[in-house]
Design a binder for this molecule. Sequence first.
Ligand code: CTP
Length: 461
Amino acid sequence: MITQAAGDLNMPVYVVGGWVRDLLLGRNSKDIDIVVIGSGIKLAHRITSGLTKKHKLSIFKNFGTANLRIGDWEIEFVGARKESYRADSRKPIVEDGSLEEDISRRDFTINAMAISLNQNDFGSLIDHYGGKKDLENKLIRTPLDPLITYSDDPLRMMRAVRFASQLDFKIDCDSFEAIKSNASRIKIVSMERIMDEFNKILLSPSPGKGLKMLRAAGLLSEFFPELDALHGVEVVDGKAHKDNFFHTIQVLDNLSEKTDDLWLRWSALLHDIAKPATKQFEPEAGWTFHGHEYLGAKMIPGIFKKLKLPLNEKMKYVRKMVLLHLRPIVLSQNIVTDSAVRRLLFEAGDDIDDLMTLCEADITSANEHKIKQYLKNFQLVREKLKEIEEKDRLRNWQPPISGEDIMETFDIKPGKQVGIIKTAIREAILEGEIPNEKKAAFDFMVKQGKKLGLTPKKVIN
Ligand code: CTP
C-alpha cells in the first residue's frame, strides 16, 4: 500500500528509527516512523484516499508531518530533513534533506537504521553507522561526534541512559565522556521530558543500573540533587555508615523483582531521602538517622512539585510509604504484639501489602545470616497481619461509633469532649482492650462519658 502510493508519486520511502531497532531485537512495536524523500503529508493523503478501513489521519502542517492511526497502529509520515541546532534551545532549524542527512542527525546508531519500502529493493536494510553490529554488541553509540549529538539535543543524554537501562546495553566510552561534559546542558530540557525518560529508567528490569549511570555521568545532580546527596560514606572513630545511594539502589532492584508498579518503585527510591539531613554521629550508638522517615515524608510534596510529578493520590501514596517504611521492620525485630500489628493495619489500610513488599526489599546487609533472620521474622509479621486482619477487619477501618453517635447519645455539641471519647474508643480497639464491635464500643463510650461527667440521653443499638 505504502510502496504503491510512494511509487505512484515517485517519492522514495523508508521505515526508520525505533521500529527497525525493535524489529531486529525481536520486539513488537506498533509505532512506525516513515521517511519520504518528498512530502510526508502528500504521501499520507495518497495512501488514505485508497483506504477502505477505518482510520484517522491528522496533519501537522507546521511540522510537515502526518499521523495515521489504523486500529492500534500509529504511522508517522515525514519528509527527509536535515537539522541544525542553536546553543540555547532543543528546537532545531529544519530544512529538506536526503535520507543520509536525515539518518545522520538521529540520536544513536541503533536508531539510525532504515528499511527500504521501495519496489526495487523492498526490505533491504540501510545501516550506514553500524547499528546492527551495535545491537549485537549491546552498545549505545552516536552516529556523529557524540559531543555534537548531545549538545544539539541534551535530552539524548537521558535517552542514552534509558536505552542502556531498558535493554541492558553499555554506553560507548566516548559517548559517556561526551555526556559528562555536556551534563549541565540538561537544564535546557523541560522537567516533564526529563521525567518521561526517568520514569522509563525506573520501569526498566533493573533500574539500579540506569540510576548509577545517571549519577556517574553527572546528570543526577543536575535535576535531582536530593537523590545524588545520598551518595558517600563518612567515617568517624573508624565507624562508617552505609552508602545510602547504593543501598537505595539495591532496595529498588530488590523491589523491582517483585513489582512493576511505578509508584511503589518511586517509594523505594525515596524511602531514605532524608538520611543526609538527619545524619548524626553519637559516640555510643555510632551513626543514626533518627526521624528520617518523618522528615522524608515531609519532603515528598516539594520533590514531586519540583520534578513536575503528579501532586495527586500518587504523591500521597509515596508520602505514606516513606512515612511507614520502618514500621514492619521494627515489628520484625521485636516481639510482634497484636496491638502493634493492629496499629500498622489501621495506618496502612489497603496499602499494607505494598508496604510489606517495600520493607522486605529494604532488608539488605552484607551478612547473609542476618538477612535470613530478618526475613524469617518478617514472615511472622505477615502471618500475624493475616490473622489480625481476619479477626479484627481493621483494613480501611471505620470506627464502630462515630462523632455523630457520641453527640446524639450525650446530647452535646461538637467540641473537645467528642474528640476525647472518639480517640479513647479508637485506642481501646487498637490496644485490644475491647473488640472492634458496636455494642462493646458503645458500652465503652458510656463509661468514658461518665468520666467526663456526661450521662447518656439516648440508647443506640
Ligand atoms: N530521535 C532522536 N533524538 C531524540 C528523540 C528521537 O534522534 N531526542 C529519533 C531516533 O531515531 C528515534 C526516533 O527519533 O528512534 C523516534 O523517536 P521516539 O519515537 O521518541 O523513540 P523510539 O526510538 O521509537 O523509542 P521509544 O518508543 O522507546 O521511545
